[in-house]
Design a protein around this ligand. Structure first.
Ligand code: ARG
Length: 415
C-alpha cells in the first residue's frame, strides 16, 4: 500500500504540478484538500482538476464561517494590524488551513501533509509551524520549495507529465485572497518606486469611478463583535462580504506596503481590504467610547504583539491563548453602534453611541448643565505637577529665580 499525503490544493499551476510530482516522483497517494475561506469562485472546476491531475481523492471544505468566527473577528477585536497597515488576511487563513490539513490527514491515515508555498515567503512558516504544533509526527512536504524551479521549468514539467495547465488569464501578479482581503505581489510592483497600476486592483474602484456622494453605514457591535449593519442582524460571513462591496465601491482599503517578511526579505505588497479597513475603524470608534485610557493604551501594545504573532505563524501557541484571553476580557463592555461615512477612499467614523459608553455629556459640555467642578482642578494640578516643579527648581533653573531654557540642553551647549 502506498503512503498517503494530504495536499492543500488551490487549483493553480503550482499545486497541480505538486499533485503529479507527489504521486509520480515521491510515490504517494495524494488526497487534495481545497479550503474555501472566501477566495474560491469555481470550486467544482478545482475539484475536477485535482482528480484529473492524479489525486486519489479531492475534497472541498467551506471554512468561511470558522474563518470569520475563530480567526478574523478575534483579530478585529484585538485591532491586529501588521506594521500599522496590513490587516493580516493571508496570515489569518494559514493556521486554519493547516488545522484542516491535519484533521484530514488523521481521518485518512496519511503520514504527510503538503502545501504549495515557496521557500521565500511567510506562508511556508505559518503552515510548517502550525502543523508541527498540531501533529509533530506528520511529515511536511513543500514541493515548490524543494524544486525551486523557474516558471518555465515548471511549465516544462507540466507539459512533459500531461498536467492540465489551469487556463487562468495570464496575470503578471501573484495574488492571494480571502474574505478579509486580497494581496498582490510581483511584476511591476517589485519596483518600490513604481505606483501600482490600476490593473492590480479588483475589489476597489479607481478614483474616477467612485461615487461623488458619500454613503453612510451604521455598524452595531456586541462585546467587540460586529453583529448588525444598518440595523440588520448579519452572520459574520455576510457582514464582511457586504462591507467588501459597499466600501470597495468607494475605493476604501487600498494599501501599499513595503513589508518586512519573517524570512528577512523586504517586499512590496499591495492589499485590498475594504471590509477589514472599515470594520477596524468602526471597532476602534466604539472602543474609544467604551474603554478607559489605560485600557486603550495597553490594548494598543497588545495589538502589535498580536499582529506580529499572527504574522509570524504562531497561532497555535500558549502565548496566543494568553493574549486572546486578555483581548476577550477587554471586550465585555464594547457594545454599541458606530456610524461611518464611506467616501473617496476613506472610511471615517462620524458618530458613536453606547449604553455602556464612558462619555458623559454633563462632564464634557461647555453649555449649561455642566456638572464638572472646575475649582477642583486647581488642587489636582498642584499635586499632579509637584514633582516636575521640584525638579525644575533643583536641577533645571540656572539660578534659583532665573529663566528656564526652552530646549534641554540648550542648542549651543550641544556643540
Ligand atoms: N505578504 C502577505 C503575508 O505574508 C501576503 C502573502 C500572500 N501570499 C501569497 N502566497 N501570495 O501575509
Amino acid at each position: 500500500m502506498k503512503p498517503k499525503v494530504v495536499l492543500a490544493y488551490s487549483g493553480g499551476l503550482d499545486t497541480s504540478v505538486a499533485i503529479r510530482w507527489l504521486a509520480e516522483d515521491r510515490g504517494y497517494d495524494v488526497v487534495a484538500l481545497t479550503v474555501d475561506v472566501g477566495n474560491e469562485k469555481d470550486l467544482r472546476t478545482i475539484h475536477e482538476r485535482a482528480l484529473q491531475t492524479g489525486a486519489v481523492k479531492a475534497l472541498v471544505k467551506d471554512a468561511r464561517d470558522d474563518f470569520i468566527h475563530y480567526f478574523v473577528f478575534p483579530a478585529l477585536a484585538a485591532g491586529a494590524i501588521y506594521q500599522g497597515v496590513y490587516p493580516l488576511a493571508t496570515a489569518l487563513a494559514r493556521p486554519l488551513i493547516a488545522k484542516l490539513l491535519v484533521d484530514l490527514a488523521r481521518e485518512e491515515g496519511a503520514t504527510a501533509v503538503a502545501h504549495g508555498c515557496t521557500g521565500k515567503g511567510n506562508d511556508q512558516v505559518r503552515f510548517d509551524v502550525s502543523v508541527q504544533a498540531l501533529a509533530p509526527d506528520l511529515e511536511i512536504i513543500a514541493p515548490v520549495r524543494e524544486w525551486a524551479w523557474s516558471r518555465d521549468e515548471e511549465i516544462e514539467y507540466a507539459e512533459a507529465h500531461n498536467v492540465p495547465i489551469p487556463a487562468t488569464k495570464a496575470s503578471p501578479y501573484s495574488t492571494d485572497e480571502n474574505l478579509w482581503g486580497r494581496s498582490i505581489e510581483a511584476g511591476v510592483l517589485e519596483d518600490p518606486w513604481a505606483e501600482p497600476p490600476e490593473d492590480v486592483f479588483e475589489w476597489t474602484a479607481p478614483p474616477a469611478a467612485r461615487p461623488a456622494e458619500p454613503e453612510y453605514v451604521e455598524i452595531g457591535f456586541v462585546e467587540g463583535t460586529p453583529l448588525t449593519l444598518d440595523g440588520e442582524g448579519l452572520r459574520g460571513v455576510e457582514m464582511v462580504t457586504r462591507l467588501n462591496k459597499l466600501a470597495g465601491v468607494h475605493g476604501i482599503g487600498r494599501i501599499d506596503h513595503l513589508e518586512d517578511r519573517l524570512v528577512g526579505i523586504k517586499s512590496r505588497e499591495i492589499y485590498e481590504a475594504p471590509a477589514a479597513v472599515t470594520l477596524l475603524a468602526a471597532h476602534k470608534g466604539i472602543e474609544h467610547m467604551t474603554l478607559s485610557r489605560p485600557q486603550l493604551a495597553l490594548k494598543e501594545k497588545i495589538a502589535q504583539e498580536y499582529a506580529d504573532l499572527i504574522y509570524n505563524g504562531l497561532w497555535f501557541s500558549a502565548h496566543h491563548q494568553d493574549i486572546a484571553s486578555y483581548v476577550r476580557s477587554t471586550q465585555r463592555h464594547v457594545t454599541g453602534s458606530v456610524r461611518l461615512r464611506l467616501h473617496q477612499g476613506q472610511a471615517t467614523v462620524v458618530g458613536r453611541k453606547s449604553d455602556s459608553g464612558l462619555y458623559d455629556y454633563s462632564l464634557a459640555t461647555y453649555d449649561r448643565g455642566d456638572t464638572y467642578d472646575q475649582g477642583a482642578a486647581i488642587g489636582f494640578i498642584k499635586v499632579f505637577g509637584l514633582a516636575a516643579q521640584v525638579q525644575a527648581r533643583k536641577q533645571l533653573l540656572r539660578q534659583p529665580e532665573g529663566p528656564l531654557e526652552i530646549a534641554h540642553p540648550a542648542p549651543e551647549e550641544t556643540k
